[in-house]
Design a protein around this ligand. Structure first.
Ligand code: ZN
Length: 185
């Protein structure tokens, strides 16, 4: 995945900034009709490393993403002092969605429904010991492992994603999840 000193998270975020907006967000008061447009939390990249998402080991990726789409905030309504919730609405389902979620113990959803479309897990990027590796999942649901230091330009077959145990994708040779890559089928 390239030299260790390039952050794959920064790279994914920067690449995704070039995309058309796929969502819009607004703060909405839980007590009255007040709302305020704000920057969307989602492009083709979404940061899930946020304390406000209260991530637990029993959460699925789909559940965490759901909380990002309707997120509590510290802000209060200027009209009535009620709590403001930051809601995000998808204009369209993204073709590609890269999630930064550096927690090893969540449940990695293989499919998610977003904006009326199904997004499938296509890859996982792992980080550890100053080095990135990855697993890709092809359209026949086969897992392919890639590590530039050992597999070179090729990839190593790791069987079918339909036969793995639920936590298999959370770790890879003692490296932990850095990014999850989803795409429409
Ligand atoms: Zn209000």
């Amino acid at each position: 995945m390239g030299p260790a000193y390039i952050s794959v998270v920064d790279l994914a975020s920067a690449m995704s900034e070039l995309s058309e907006p796929v969502a819009y967000s607004e703060y909405q008061c839980v007590e009255c009709d007040y709302s305020l447009d704000t920057r969307s939390e989602i492009t083709c990249f979404a940061e899930l490393q946020r304390s406000s998402l209260h991530i637990q080991s029993y959460d699925t990726v789909a559940q965490i993403l759901g909380r990002l789409l309707s997120m509590t905030s510290q802000r209060v309504c200027p009209e009535c002092s009620g709590k403001l919730i930051k809601n995000t609405y998808m204009n369209e389902a993204p073709q590609l969605l890269i999630l930064h979620i550096p927690y090893a113990n969540i449940k990695i959803s293989q499919k998610m429904n977003i904006g009326g479309k199904t997004l499938c897990l296509k890859g996982v990027v792992y980080y550890g010991n100053y080095h990135y590796t990855s697993r890709m999942i092809d359209s026949d649901k086969n897992i392919w492992f890639h590590d530039g230091m050992t597999t070179g330009s090729g990839s190593q077959s790791q069987g079918s994603v339909t036969k793995i145990k639920s936590k298999y994708l959370n770790k890879c040779n003692r490296k932990s999840v850095a990014l999850l890559v989803y795409a429409q089928i």
